[in-house]
Design a binder for this molecule. Structure first.
Ligand code: PEP
Length: 237
C-alpha cells in the first residue's frame, strides 16, 4: 500500500483546515493518506476527517508525556485526541530547532511506547551529497535515531535537504539509488519491511515517475500538499 503524507508546516488556520478537507477529493483506492497539520489545527483536522480514510498526525512531539516544557506538544495528549502518527526528525526540526540525533531517538522511543506510529525523516545537505558523503550521513542518522527502536509501525522518509521547499527534486534515479541503500540498511538492521517515503519538492508533474521506483513506498509532501487539488493529484499518481 502506498503512503501519501502531507506536511503543512506552519501554514493554515482551523478554518482553512476545514475548507481544505471539504474540497479534498481523494481517489477511491487503497492507500494510506496522512496529514500533519500545525498543532493548533489538529482538532479541526480530526473533526473534518471523521469517517474518512485520512489519518491525522502531529509535526513534532516531546519525548515526555507532560512537564514544565513551555511550547512543546504532548504525544500522549495528541494520541488521546485521535492522532496516531508523529513526524520526527524533519530537517527543519534538526536545523532550525537544533534537535540532535539523541533527542530524536528519545522521541521515537516515547512515541512507540505509547503506541504512536512515527514517520522518521533523514536526509543529506547539498554539500554532503557533493562530497560523496550521502550514505554515510543517512546511515549515521538511522543508527543514532533508531537505536533501541522497534521495527513495528516504523515509517522512514528520505528527504534530501537540498530538495525541500527549493523546487529542486532528486531525479527518480537519484532517489531510487539512495533509497535502495536505505532499504538495504533497514533490512540488515532489523527494520525490514519499513516503508521508505521520498520527500523533496514532490509535485503532480513529477510524482508519477518517482512513485514507479522500486524503493519508493510513497511521499512526504510539503508545498504541494497545501492545495487540495494538487495533493489529490499526487495521491492519484
Ligand atoms: C517537507 O517539508 O517535508 C517537504 C518535502 O517539503 P516540499 O515538498 O515543499 O519540498
Amino acid at each position: 500500500m502506498k503512503i501519501f503524507a502531507a506536511n503543512w508546516k506552519m501554514y493554515k488556520s482551523p478554518q482553512e483546515t476545514r475548507e481544505f478537507f471539504a474540497q479534498l477529493l481523494l481517489p477511491a483506492q487503497s492507500q494510506l493518506v496522512l496529514v500533519f497539520p500545525p498543532a493548533l489545527c489538529v482538532e479541526s483536522a480530526i473533526e473534518s476527517t471523521k469517517g474518512t480514510q485520512i489519518k491525522i498526525g502531529v509535526q513534532n512531539i516531546s519525548s515526555k508525556s507532560e512537564g514544565a516544557l513551555t511550547g512543546e506538544n504532548s504525544a500522549s495528549v495528541a494520541m488521546s485526541m485521535g492522532c496516531e502518527y508523529a513526524l520526527v526528525g524533519h530537517s527543519e526540526r534538526r536545523s532550525l530547532f537544533a534537535e540532535s540525533d539523541s533527542v530524536l531517538n528519545q522521541k521515537v522511543k516515547f512515541a512507540q511506547d505509547i503506541g504512536m506510529r512515527c514517520v522518521f525523516c533523514i536526509g543529506e545537505t547539498l554539500e554532503q551529497r557533493k562530497s560523496g558523503q550521502t550514505f554515510e550521513v543517512l546511515k549515521n542518522q538511522l543508527q543514532l535515531g533508531l537505536k533501541d527502536v522497534k521495527s513495528e509501525k516504523l515509517i522512514i522518509a528520505y528527504e534530501p535537504v537540498w530538495a525541500i521547499g527549493t523546487g529542486l527534486t532528486a531525479t527518480p534515479q537519484q532517489a531510487q539509488e539512495t533509497q535502495s541503500q536505505v532499504v538495504t540498511w533497514l533490512n540488515e538492521n532489523g527494520f525490514s519491511g519499513a516503508p521508505v517515503l521520498y520527500g523533496g519538492s514532490v509535485k503532480p508533474d513529477n510524482a508519477k515517475e518517482l512513485i514507479q521506483q522500486k524503493s519508493i513506498s510513497g511521499f512526504l509532501i510539503g508545498g504541494a500538499s497545501l492545495n487540495p487539488e494538487s495533493f489529490a493529484q499526487i495521491c492519484q499518481s
